[in-house]
Design a protein around this ligand. Structure first.
Ligand code: AKG
Ligand code: FE2
Length: 280
């Protein structure tokens, strides 16, 4: 495991609150290089904006009613993969989850103008069904543009990881969420935090932290890169649409600027559906 990336007080904050905002964790130029690489790539444009038949291809390019997502398993050697494998990114995650971690998947998300984004959920609401027995998993939200309330930044319920895994259900035409009555009690009794982030700031969050995205009322896009990690001791007990343990090859922290990484992913690199039978 890497040497400590985060301060003891940041570690303690994450354990207590279930999330941690780290300002200027990455450099503006690094994020600009990622965004420019992506935006000028014709593959990205066509995949991200592709309209899909929701009955056939639910989870890839879901220009769904409420949000957009592109998701891949293998981090790869392109600029997005390198970002998810930076020493300080993986090192911080290992510190927070107190074990070696591996790349579980990454995704690019956007909340289109006028849409309300992701419903309230825990990521472990999904991953529990994949044979990951422990919730010892986490994500890193990296804004590729400023993520503010007005363009649909993430919101998180502080300390909600202490609630344990909550039952989720899937409403018609929408993503997994928790039941309304429980949600109302949680919102009334616990602190909801708008995670407003500038380019370079990042948000680490625990897989049992309840989160959703604000409505994008701004007319601007809200692109973000989310990198998700599982711990080695939590190797899934079964094969499914995300990988089992595979050692991560860490990259030097200056790799985004110093490598020639102007390749974007191919269509076949993306996860098309998540149809594995859920573990009961
Ligand atoms: O991009 C966002 O606002 C949230 C995405 C999210 O929660 C997810 O993909 O699980
Ligand atoms: Fe999520």
């Amino acid at each position: 495991m890497a040497k400590n990336v985060l301060l003891k007080k940041e570690f303690d904050y994450f354990q207590n609150k279930g999330f941690l905002i780290k300002r200027e964790f990455l450099k503006k130029e690094e994020i600009e290089k990622i965004t420019n690489t992506m935006k000028k790539d014709p593959n990205f444009k066509s995949l991200f904006n592709k309209k899909v038949d929701l009955n056939k291809d639910k989870h890839l390019f879901s220009k769904n009613l409420e949000r957009k997502i592109l998701l891949w398993n293998d981090p790869g050697d392109d600029i997005l993969g390198i970002t998810s494998r930076l020493e300080k990114v993986v090192g911080a995650m290992e510190q927070l989850l107190v074990d070696e971690v591996y790349h579980y998947h990454s995704k690019i998300t956007d909340v289109p103008f006028g849409r309300s984004g992701w419903s309230w959920h825990q990521d472990y609401g999904y991953w529990y069904h994949n044979g990951c027995l422990f919730p010892d998993m986490g994500s890193l939200f990296i804004p590729l543009e400023p993520c503010l309330v007005e363009n649909g930044c993430m919101q998180i319920i502080s300390e909600s990881h202490k609630l344990g895994r909550i039952d989720h259900f899937k409403p018609e035409e929408n993503d997994l969420t928790i039941h309304q009555e429980r949600l109302e009690y949680i919102l009334k009794n616990m602190e909801r935090v708008d995670c407003e982030l500038n380019v370079g700031d990042v948000l680490f969050f625990h897989s049992n932290s309840l989160h959703s995205s604000n409505t994008n009322t701004s007319g601007k896009t809200r692109l973000a890169l989310l990198c998700c990690y599982n711990t080695k001791h939590n190797n899934p007990v079964r094969e499914h649409h995300h990988p089992r343990y595979k050692k991560i090859t860490k990259m030097h922290n200056d790799s985004i600027m110093s490598f020639n990484v102007n390749i974007f992913k191919k269509e076949s690199d993306f996860v098309k559906n998540r149809t594995s039978t859920p573990l009961k």
